[in-house]
Write a protein that binds this ligand. Structure first.
Ligand SMILES: *[C@@H]1O[C@H](CO)[C@@H](O)[C@H](O)[C@H]1NC(C)=O
Ligand SMILES: *[C@@H]1O[C@H](CO)[C@@H](O)[C@H](O)[C@H]1NC(C)=O
Ligand SMILES: *[C@@H]1O[C@H](CO)[C@@H](O)[C@H](O)[C@H]1NC(C)=O
Ligand SMILES: [Zn+2]
Length: 525
């Protein structure tokens, strides 16, 4: 009885699988997608708010694998799943090279997408005239980020990262340094560059950019002296040697300004009565999403939520940069589990932002700074576990995983196994879905390298359609400036041209008029 019942259920399941994928299914699916594409109207309004999401190292294979992983965690086959930004109407490809590097680093790339100019690998917020790690060579070459542009016209601003807030990507929203490693004074002293008139990144954040309303991330140790102990883990100390406590300095002279360093304090913040929020949740980088509870760290989605609530108090609108900073670190470690986990956490943060804002006045952009060497292969069946084995054997009669890296720490065990047994490690009884598993790789490197392939950019909201085709990474900042009307002297500014062409018609009305016009066109023709 029980047997026939399970057979019946099995039959039913396979039948629905077949029915679910017959010609009618795909034809209907395509009809819906075409209908949506035909109904799409260009949003040519002004972006009152801009939220820029950056998945550090979130290559296209990372997005695909994270999409499948998220679906499988929900109990589905996975391939059909969509991440939050995969509903966005506009997509393009971004060329990520630095002015001196075919495969880029995160400092050069962040300068490109935040400031609109490409520069050398390892450089933050200074144009290509600068020599890497030479303080004086960069003087005069400093370039402003879109966050600073937004502030200059009265927008509220915020920056969030799961990496250290002084790390390359977030630093490019506010700092200018010839070497990304100058996060703290001690590093500049070690390089003999201290006293040449340049400031470390942490100091630039506190002294030159105290207008930023929301600053959330990791990297506490860059902000206080190395004679002081870390509040969470007294085995850690500060990294400064100038005796300054930049957290206290940040708070001085600000009303309704709060500093928090753990999740409880963060959760207790009332956004209505808080005007400035500074959160540093770890001594160094924040935890991976899979470990954030152990670390007492808030999630990327909850940081995004609190930031939006605070910034929405500004009538003129806001600019917010959010980095999923550790997708990159997991890849460097050769660990796909956490790379996908942190990409999914970023999808949750994007979903939160979509829920809290309107497409009519908020431009949301999602992209990556550069790729990694992880690839997806081996003809696994539909619904095969994305972190699992591909399902057949290599010509060495050994199984292999669907995900693998070209280089990195995963190659170490492979090399060891060759030297011990003359073969790759036998994965037959290994749990490749374990959170600490490192995918096999070919070239041994202590840190897996970035990839040089293009990354995708996804956008929704005002002027999102300007993100199209294959573009240089520096293009991104210019589109955001255009969409937000940040630069009134920029003659390329489509948003301003649009404003002058339609003189004093408010943007909301303009959008409605355009909608009416296109509806009339559709009706009459
Ligand atoms: C910074 O602090 C960490 C943790 O306390 C320590 O391991 C590291 O050596 C320090 N680095 C510098 C340059 O002081
Ligand atoms: C900061 O640290 C340096 C190096 O350890 C030490 O010489 C100095 O006295 C400290 N300054 C303060 C104010 O504690
Ligand atoms: C791999 O391990 C499995 C199970 O332990 C074993 O049956 C198989 O023979 C091994 N494959 C090779 C090529 O050694
Ligand atoms: Zn990296």
């Amino acid at each position: 009885m029980e047997f026939t019942f399970s057979v019946f259920i099995l039959l039913l399941a396979s039948l629905s699988l077949v029915l679910g994928q017959d010609a009618a299914f795909w034809n209907n699916q395509a009809r819906d997608s075409i209908q949506k594409a035909l109904e799409r109207e260009l949003n040519i309004g002004e972006a009152k708010n801009i939220i820029f999401f950056l998945g550090d190292g979130m290559s296209v294979p990372t997005v695909t694998a994270a999409r499948i992983r998220q679906g499988q965690l929900k109990g589905e086959t996975g391939e059909e799943n969509i991440l939050a930004w995969e509903t966005f109407p506009h997509v393009g490809l971004i060329k990520t090279y630095n002015t001196d590097a075919q495969v880029p680093d995160s400092a050069g790339t962040a300068t490109a997408f935040f400031s609109g100019i490409k520069t050398k690998s390892g450089v933050v917020g200074i144009d290509d005239r600068v020599e890497y790690a030479d303080c004086e060579s960069g003087v005069g070459g400093e370039v402003d980020s879109v966050l600073v542009n937004a502030h200059n016209i009265g927008k509220a601003t915020g920056v969030i990262s799961t990496a250290r807030i002084t790390h390359a990507t977030p630093a490019a929203t506010y700092a200018h340094v010839a070497k990304r490693g100058w996060e703290v004074d001690t590093e500049m002293i070690e390089d003999g560059e201290d006293g040449k008139g340049c400031k470390d990144i942490a100091l630039q954040l506190i002294e030159d950019n105290s207008f930023i309303k929301v600053i959330l991330g990791g990297g506490r140790r860059m902000f206080y002296n190395n004679t002081e102990l870390d509040p969470e883990d007294p085995s850690d100390r500060g990294n400064r040697t100038d005796g300054r406590n930049l957290i206290e300095e940040w708070q001085e002279g600000k009303a309704n300004a709060y500093y928090v360093w753990n999740k409880e304090q963060f959760d207790a913040i009332d956004e209505d009565t808080t005007d400035y929020l500074f959160g540093l949740f770890e001594d160094s980088h924040m935890r991976y999403a899979s470990e954030s509870e152990e670390g007492n760290d808030p999630s990327l989605a909850s940081m995004t939520e609190k930031a939006i609530k605070m910034l929405q108090k500004e009538e003129k609108g806001f600019f917010l940069a959010v980095e999923g900073g550790r997708i990159d670190h997991a890849h460097h470690a050769g660990n796909a589990y956490n790379a996908l986990g942190d990409a999914i956490a970023m999808s949750d943060a994007v979903a939160m932002a979509l829920e809290m804002t309107s497409d009519s006045d908020t431009l949301i952009v999602v992209t990556a700074d550069h790729a990694h060497t992880m690839s997806i292969g081996g003809y696994p069946d539909r619904g095969n576990k994305i972190l699992g084995l591909a399902g057949y054997f290599g010509s060495d009669d050994l199984p292999f995983t669907t995900l693998g890296y070209l280089n990195g720490p995963g190659a170490e065990e492979v090399r060891q196994s060759y030297s011990d047994t003359g073969m790759r490690p036998n994965l037959t009884e290994i749990d490749t879905e374990d959170k600490d598993y490192l995918q096999q790789a070919i070239v041994p490197l202590s840190s897996e390298s970035h990839g040089g392939d293009d990354v995708a950019i996804y956008a929704t909201g005002p002027m999102a359609h300007l993100f199209h085709g294959v573009q240089e990474q520096s293009y991104i900042a210019h589109v955001m400036r255009n969409a937000g009307c940040y630069d009134e002297t920029d003659t390329m500014n489509a948003c301003l041209n649009l404003n002058s062409a339609s003189s004093n018609i408010p943007s909301a009305l303009r959008v409605s008029l355009m909608a009416l016009l296109s509806a009339m066109i559709t009706y009459f023709f």
